[in-house]
Design a protein around this ligand. Structure first.
Ligand SMILES: NC(=O)c1ccc[n+]([C@@H]2O[C@H](COP(=O)([O-])OP(=O)(O)OC[C@H]3O[C@@H](n4cnc5c(N)ncnc54)[C@H](OP(=O)(O)O)[C@@H]3O)[C@@H](O)[C@H]2O)c1
Length: 324
């Protein structure tokens, strides 16, 4: 079968597209024929050896999959050959087939196509875990989302709105902000042109934001933290801008606020039941049309490096998906 292989850590143009052997699923695993795998920013870091974990070389990147069950390992009872599924693999998704632990896979309802099914588990799962479990966002609170048109950002905008918050989307261009408004944002800030701290204060009548969702890092983090309300929660989700900010801790004292870390992959590993419950709630919202993941573009498997390059060039709105 064909797969994208990372033979040495590096940029997307170092990835190789080639034939590889795939084995048989062990106990508790299934072999999946992949139909779609969405791109997430961590994929761009994992191939460079810059992520929280470094898979041993060679490996196939790609996490967020949808496809069909081809073979079942011993002890797997909730799936059968031919079932349409979606799930997460941590690695192995940019390929025609993957072997995946069965507990990371869920049956795919007919009402959702493969690209959409591959587009919400990680992005929406991260943002739902962040807003619900970590920030404990309440209806009526104000949520500011940085990088709001990106994969996890746009998910946070839509989920914040569904959870009853007033959502302020912050991003770098007017077309990105227009997509945020279409996904539920009540107000917008173009942080390339406007002073982020000042605008958050203005839009909240001087009170500041109850919750800040930050997948960007860099210079925006401290500016946003300085516009946090009393007893606010600042969610540390990622560092797409590249720089990990160093924050003056006196800001938390002055605002009685919390800086809260978010790590969905570790949460999913440590709390599989809770993660499954969150995932099924998200699935119901997608099925009911309350959540509509935005697909910016699709690519064939051989062009996976181009999809990763688009994301690194800050050109993607919502999700890009590799369709096999
Ligand atoms: N903590 C977790 O569990 C978890 C889970 C998934 C992802 N993440 C992290 O969340 C972040 C976003 O992931 P994603 O999949 O949503 O990525 P994405 O779709 O590429 O979105 C990232 C956003 O960050 C902004 N950005 C600012 N500077 C950037 C730069 N130099 N390069 C790229 N983007 C830049 C862009 O918006 P503007 O152009 O509008 O600024 C972009 O829309 C990543 O750091 C990722 O590792 C964390």
């Amino acid at each position: 079968m064909k797969a994208i292989i990372c033979e040495q850590y590096g940029l997307p143009n170092t990835l190789v597209y080639k034939d590889v052997e795939i084995g048989q699923p062990a106990a508790g695993q299934v072999r999946v024929g992949i139909k779609a795998c969405s791109v997430n920013f961590p994929d761009t870091l994992i191939i460079q050896g810059l992520y929280q974990f470094k898979p041993p070389l060679p490996f196939t990147p790609g996490n967020d999959i949808a496809g069909v069950v081809l073979e079942i390992g011993e002890g797997v009872n909730h799936l059968k050959v031919g079932d349409a599924i979606f799930g997460f693999t941590m690695q192995g998704g940019f390929a025609e087939e993957a072997i995946v632990p069965a507990h990371q896979i869920f049956p795919k309802p007919d009402g959702i196509d493969f690209p959409i099914a591959a587009s919400f588990l990680l992005a929406y799962g991260t943002s739902y875990h962040a807003l619900k479990d970590r920030a404990k966002l309440k209806a009526g609170e104000t949520l500011v989302v940085l990088g709001a048109s990106g994969g996890v950002g746009l998910a946070a905008v839509a989920l914040g709105k569904l959870m009853g918050a007033r959502v302020i989307a912050a991003a770098s261009s007017e077309d990105k902000l227009a997509l945020c408004v279409a996904n539920g944002a009540d107000a917008t800030i173009n942080y390339e042109k406007e002073d982020l701290k000042k605008r958050i204060k203005e839009l909240t009548d001087g009170k500041g934001a109850d919750v800040i969702y930050d997948p960007v890092g860099g210079a925006y983090s401290e500016a946003a933290l300085r516009a946090t309300a009393w007893e606010g929660r600042f969610l540390v989700v990622g560092f797409a801008a590249g720089d990990i900010p160093k924050i003056p801790l006196n800001l938390t004292l002055l605002k009685g606020c919390q800086i809260v870390g978010v790590f969905w992959g570790e949460f999913a590993k440590r709390f599989p039941k809770e993660n499954k419950r969150n995932s099924l709630e998200l699935l119901q919202w997608v099925l009911g049309g309350k959540l509509k993941p935005h697909i910016h573009a699709t690519y064939p498997l051989a062009d996976t490096p181009k999809a990763l390059e688009e994301m690194m060039a800050r050109k993607v709105k919502g999700k890009v998906v590799v369709v096999i």
